[in-house]
Design a protein around this ligand. Structure first.
Ligand code: FAD
Length: 318
């Protein structure tokens, strides 16, 4: 067994997903601790472009497998297992995404390794300790992995990313996919309503909560988002009311977001909401209740009626 770490990059519809960059950070931290190299696997898609984008500081080697445009469960399982056989890494990291959760268990099973999912923190001190969250992020648990090697999936939005360009050795991985064992394929993508927007990619989010009172009033917050060139997101009650589509929901049962600026308007700051936005770089909260929990994590807070504050902000920014 080498002390190396193998991180499997993710892409969708021709683009590298943000979590791939987080895997580089998490993988580098882990490889620094184990004293090994960080390998990144780039499988399928626009291999050359993705490889260039993932050649970041801290990546030692990138292994590419050119196979089709989109993610495929069987191809990923075969390739990651074959790479693990060849490199014999101590740890394999994948995203805790729909795709990652699709192949990581199969990889762990085939390699006979334990699998830890949804890590929000990873530490190595002679052994792997993974931090996970339970009970709607109310409780943090640490899982000590009682094995020398393991597969882990990391939760998107928990690691900072780097843009510093690296100098990785890039090698096409000589591996013949066993086509007779490829039993699945991506036949198309169906966006959820309003699916043109991925709030997880937005740099500035203006998020609206139940304080907005009525569907009609959402237009006001939308105007603020427009004035700021921001994307509109929301807490869950807004989605449950059918005022915004599900893909705008931030939180435990919505999306995890890490924008540069998150502006929470009329949002109380319930743990399930905070679980989705606490990684934002700067948090601004507007709430008429000075004791609202959102102020505990806000960098800037305005205690006031949003129906006064938001028009004033719009005037400033327009
Ligand atoms: C299993 C589970 C999963 C969940 N997942 C999520 C999730 O993913 N995302 C999520 O958001 N929630 C989630 N929830 C719901 C969560 O517990 C809260 O109910 C929800 O986040 C509250 O939304 P809110 O802050 O918009 O509303 P409220 O808690 O009702 O807060 C509204 C806030 O607006 C303020 N306000 C009212 N009027 C004004 C005004 N005129 N001007 C300024 N401020 C005003 C109030 O002071 C209050 O703080 C989940 C719950 C469960 C049980």
């Amino acid at each position: 067994m080498s002390p190396d770490v193998l991180a499997v990059a993710e892409h969708r519809r021709g683009d590298v997903r943000e979590v791939s960059y987080e895997l580089v950070t998490a993988g580098r931290e882990l490889a620094d601790a184990t004293g090994g190299d960080l390998h990144v696997a780039v499988i399928s898609g626009r291999i050359d472009e993705f490889t260039t984008r993932l050649d970041l500081e801290g990546v030692d080697r990138i292994h590419t497998v050119d196979h089709g445009e989109e993610f495929n469960h069987d191809v990923y399982t075969q390739v990651v297992c074959a790479l693990a056989d060849e490199l014999d890494p101590q740890y394999v990291l994948a995203p805790n995404s729909v795709n990652g959760l699709d192949y990581a268990p199969a990889v762990a099973n085939r390699l006979g390794l334990p699998l830890v999912t949804d890590a929000v923190g990873i530490e190595y001190d002679g052994g792997l300790t993974v931090t996970r969250e339970m009970y709607g992020s109310k409780v943090e648990t640490t899982v000590e992995v009682d094995a020398e090697r393991a597969v882990a999936t990391i939760r998107p939005g928990e690691w900072v990313t780097t843009e510093a360009i690296g100098d990785a050795e890039v090698t096409p991985f000589e591996f013949e996919v066993d086509e007779s064992a490829v039993n699945s394929e991506v036949t198309g993508f169906e966006e959820v309503a309003g699916g043109d927007v991925d709030i997880a990619d937005a740099e500035v989010l203006v998020s609206v909560g139940r304080g907005i009172e009525e569907e009609e009033n959402i237009k006001l917050v939308e105007r603020l988002a427009d004035a700021l060139g921001a994307t509109l997101s929301s807490s869950r009650p807004i989605v449950d009311n059918g005022w915004l589509p599900k893909n705008r929901q931030v939180g435990q049962s919505g999306k995890v977001v890490t924008p540069k600026v998150y502006i929470a308007i009329g949002i109380s700051g319930a743990v399930q909401h905070v679980a989705g936005m606490k990684g934002s770089e700067t948090i601004v909260a507007v709430n008429n209740d000075p004791n609202a929990p959102i102020f505990d994590i806000a960098d800037y807070g305005v205690v006031g009626d949003l129906f006064d504050v938001v028009p004033a902000l719009i005037e400033q920014f327009e």
